[in-house]
Ligand binder design. Structure first.
Ligand SMILES: [Zn+2]
Length: 420
């Protein structure tokens, strides 16, 4: 047997499978997968990376992100806007900005993202660029276009949407996304909080339309993620048997639906950060009615986070914000909102893997894809460790080292001050 590709030595493992960290472990990686997880005994083998007791976790999975080349979300990764009189920027420059975004995800330990809607097939293009080795980045699951009823949002989101009406058009919309290259289907069950002329409370599709969409997607082997904010939209989506509810902030008002989600394995992606965005961070650029609405929704979203946890609903982490690589802010907010750090980490790894329908990610376990983050700090004590670049000690993405350990990094018990 040739040498393994990578051996991590003396790891302190944290994942959803044990309530406490497991110390002194060896992780062997071969062919992009975790080959073995066992005790690190005796001296480390010559080529092993001694992580010296640092905290080793599954790569984070962001279950709700838009690769939407929006400068206010991309921040440093965005294209600078041309000054008046300058050459117009070629549209294709956006792909370089997206490549920057992809690297930013990896540097932050985000090894998988689910794009839930973007312009001009950005996510599909980036997914292919990464697959072909043209740029490095996380594993990407893309929905193609968001399927919506004919709605005001269609005028605002343009190529992000595929509009249709009636059950057969819903089936056709699903087929078009499969043709486009989608990994799963995203549907607007109700209106969006970011569109002034939409009401997020009621369902936007009829039951007949939603049933047809879910039937078509599932028959073709595609999962369905439903944008659903208000109770009318959430009820329609849950009863139609979608796989994930995106936002779902009103669910605390409907314990029967939370029960149904828990029983049927429907995952909730609470996206707390988006309500902070529309209600606070970007309050100066959104219509005043939407800002007020987002403030109310933020309160509801935090109540739903706890109600869903208590009802046994699987939670996933979805940032729905930016910039890329800042995703763990959503994890921090979930913990500030009342989840334990371990529950938060479980949501951001195994919970998100369930949301995406991935059976080969989300835990540090034999046979899984080798997506691994090594933290120089205990996230169970300080969950913000994920957001501190100097604490991201190492990142492995599908067995490849994406962030290498610092050349000199003090081992456990050594002090940085003495430099030993
Ligand atoms: Zn979103």
């Amino acid at each position: 047997m040739p040498n393994p590709d990578l051996v991590l030595w003396d790891a302190t493992l944290i994942d959803c499978r044990a309530p406490h960290p497991v110390e002194g472990m060896r992780i062997t990686v071969r062919g992009g997968r975790i080959e073995q997880v066992d005790a690190a005994e005796g001296p480390p083998p010559p080529n092993a990376i001694d992580v010296a007791g640092r905290f080793v976790l599954p790569g984070l999975i962001d279950a709700h992100i838009h690769l939407a080349d929006d400068p206010k979300m991309l921040e440093a990764a965005a294209l600078p806007k041309p000054l008046q009189g300058e050459e117009p920027r070629p549209r294709e420059l956006v792909y370089f900005a997206l490549a920057n975004a992809a690297r930013a995800f990896l540097r932050a330990g985000v090894t998988t993202i689910r794009d839930v809607g973007c312009y001009d097939d950005n996510a599909l293009v980036l997914r292919e660029a990464i697959r072909l080795g043209l740029t490095e980045g996380p594993r990407i699951l893309a929905c193609g276009r968001i399927i919506s009823a004919t709605a005001p949002g269609g005028r605002i989101f343009n190529t992000m949407y595929e509009e249709g009406d009636g059950p057969w058009e819903m089936r056709s919309c699903v087929r078009k996304q499969l043709r486009r290259g989608a990994d799963y289907i995203k549907v607007m069950a109700g209106g969006a909080r970011s569109v002034d002329r939409e009401n997020p409370e009621p369902a936007q599709l009829t039951r007949e339309e939603m049933d047809a969409l879910v039937d078509e997607a599932h028959r073709l082997g595609l999962r369905v993620a439903a944008h659903a904010e208000g109770l009318g939209a959430v009820r329609l989506a849950v009863e139609a048997g979608v796989d994930t509810i995106e936002h779902g902030l009103s669910l605390h008002r409907a314990p029967d639906l939370l029960d149904k989600m828990a029983r049927n394995g429907i995952v909730l992606v609470p996206t707390l950060s988006t309500f902070h965005d529309v209600g606070e961070r970007f309050a100066n650029v959104f219509a005043p009615r939407l800002v007020e609405q987002a403030k109310r929704q933020r309160e509801e979203a935090y109540r739903t986070l706890i109600a869903a946890r208590d009802a046994g609903v699987t939670l996933a982490m979805g940032f729905d914000s930016g910039p890329p690589g800042r995703d763990a802010l959503e994890l921090v907010r979930m913990v500030e909102g009342g989840l334990s750090a371990h529950e938060g980490i479980t949501a951001a790894t195994a919970g998100s893997a369930l949301a995406l329908g991935l059976t080969d990610a989300g835990t540090i376990e034999q046979g899984k894809v080798a997506d691994i983050v090594v933290l120089d700090g205990n996230p169970l004590v300080d969950i913000t460790a994920f957001m501190q670049p100097e604490k991201i000690w190492m990142v492995v993405s599908a067995g490849r080292v994406a962030v290498a350990p610092p050349t000199h990094s003090p081992a456990r018990g050594e002090s940085i001050a003495t430099g030993v």
